[in-house]
Design a protein around this ligand. Structure first.
Ligand code: GTP
Ligand code: MG
Length: 432
């Protein structure tokens, strides 16, 4: 089967269509269009020109009205665009109708994001996850004039006027591939669960760094751990969670995990596909939510991130809200005081200029101590089940057999400390 995608179609020049819906502020729509501009740039395609369409009524066939459609066609032709990108979600039939009308490829924000992910995925798991998302996205779109599915083996090319039988066999092919991908992913996931279980046997406190794309998550991980994770002024520089161990003052070790960035309208198929990796990441004891405070839309970014966290079942986790890039707002004391006012527990930092990092690490220590603390327990010898529980769920620091039982010094989570409180006789130095 022929392989073909946006890149092999040799799309080089994209015309962007911003959408301003009735209830939406125009400045907001402009920022979104600017973000799309960055996304397209990240894809390696030049965004040559754009238009903002005020959408007062959605046309079910083409989304936009006839007049606007003609105008876009002319503008795209004038700038010799070979691709039109809509900053919204197009239904499969709208996409197909628009392609037939314009006679060039038409894609939406979702497809742009999936394409970037496909280009950036490098580990086996990420490749499988993106392939799955792409297949799910393409299933209802097999009759399009252009389909961009080639990066996987067995990619499917939509062709104009494709016959029913061809379509049926394409559908079957994609469904098969979806099933196979799911099975392969299941295998990878099982393997990861085994590894996680092993890690849990000796719990080391863990923190995951999450946030909107380009917030500075990888830069922060690099700074805190002397790691060398790729950081770029491009969207979605990171797709695979990277984990590093760091030592806090006092010697306690913690695990830090950098994760894939979020973005507004992250395709659901992608969230679904990345769910298991993300769930693993948000399984951490504490979530560090990094926000680029220099971005005008940072409040929306916070909301997008919180919504995804909620979706992953991590909405209630202890969180450290970190406003990064304060250098970009000139460390303006008035702005920073305003932030502290609105978000009383936030920490403001500049990873670039390394300011605020000590305060951040202090907060990390505090949050971890809330979760984990070392205690000494006295377990009577007939309570072997309690003893086994501690071995299973805690980190044993010392163990000594005494006359009628065992004295154990262990690091336990707050929950376990509560469960085991009748046996605790001493809280010990928490900085172990
Ligand atoms: N001015 C300034 N730039 C920063 C700061 N922190 C990070 N950056 C820049 O912001 C860009 C994005 O940083 P990354 O660390 O790649 O961001 P990320 O959150 O990991 O992004 P994704 O992996 O794409 O989600 C890079 O160009 C960094 O150099 C900061 O404190 N100040
Ligand atoms: Mg990153």
């Amino acid at each position: 089967m022929p392989e073909r995608d946006i890149l092999s179609l040799k799309c080089e020049r994209a015309f962007l269509v911003g959408i301003n819906e009735q209830q939406e502020d125009i400045s907001e729509s402009n920022y979104h269009l600017e973000e799309l501009h960055n996304l397209v740039d990240t894809m390696g395609i030049a965004p040559v020109d754009s238009i903002m369409v005020k959408l007062r009524e959605k046309n079910s066939r083409y989304l936009i009205g006839k007049g606007k459609m003609e105008e876009i066609g002319e503008l795209a032709e004038d700038c010799r665009a070979d691709l039109i990108i809509f900053d919204c979600q197009l239904s499969p039939s709208q996409q197909r109708n628009l392609e037939h009308h314009y006679n060039i490829a038409v894609i939406d924000r979702q497809e742009v994001i999936i394409d970037i992910f496909a280009d950036r995925a490098s580990t086996k798991e990420a490749v499988l996850q993106v392939a799955l998302a792409r297949m799910k996205y393409s299933l209802p779109r097999l009759t399009r004039a252009w389909t961009h599915l080639s990066k996987q083996k067995g990619g499917v090319r939509g062709t104009r006027g494709k016959g029913e039988t061809q379509l049926e066999s394409d559908r079957r092919l994609v469904l098969n591939r979806i099933n196979n991908l799911k099975k392969e992913l299941e295998k990878v996931k099982k393997n990861r669960n085994v590894q996680r279980k092993k890690r849990l046997e000796r719990p080391v406190p863990s923190i995951s760094i999450v946030g909107y794309t380009n917030a500075g998550k990888s830069s922060l991980l690099n700074l805190l751990s002397d790691a060398d994770v790729l950081t770029e002024d491009k969207l979605f520089a990171t797709l695979d969670p990277t984990t590093r161990k760091i030592k806090l003052e006092g010697g306690r070790e913690i695990i830090l995990t950098d994760t894939v960035g979020f973005i507004r309208k992250l395709p659901h198929d992608l969230i679904d596909a990345f769910k298991s990796t993300l769930e693993e990441a948000v399984h951490a004891d504490v979530i560090m939510h990094v926000v680029d405070v220099s971005n005008h839309e940072y409040e929306e970014h916070i909301k997008v991130t919180e919504d995804v966290l909620k979706d992953l079942g991590a909405g209630e986790k202890s969180q450290i809200l970190v406003f990064n890039k304060t250098d970009m707002i000139g460390h303006d004391p008035v702005l920073l005081a305003g932030l502290k006012n609105r978000y009383p527990h936030c920490i403001t930092v500049s990873v670039k200029e390394q300011t605020g990092i000590d305060e951040l690490l202090e907060r990390v220590t505090l949050e971890i101590e809330k979760e984990y603390g070392a205690v000494e327990l006295l377990i009577p010898s007939d309570k072997w089940d309690i003893n086994a529980y501690i071995h299973r769920n805690g980190k044993i620091l010392e163990e000594e057999y005494i006359e009628d039982g065992t004295r154990i010094k262990a690091v336990l989570t707050e929950k376990d400390r509560n469960i085991l409180s009748p046996y605790i006789y001493k809280k010990t130095d928490l900085n172990r």
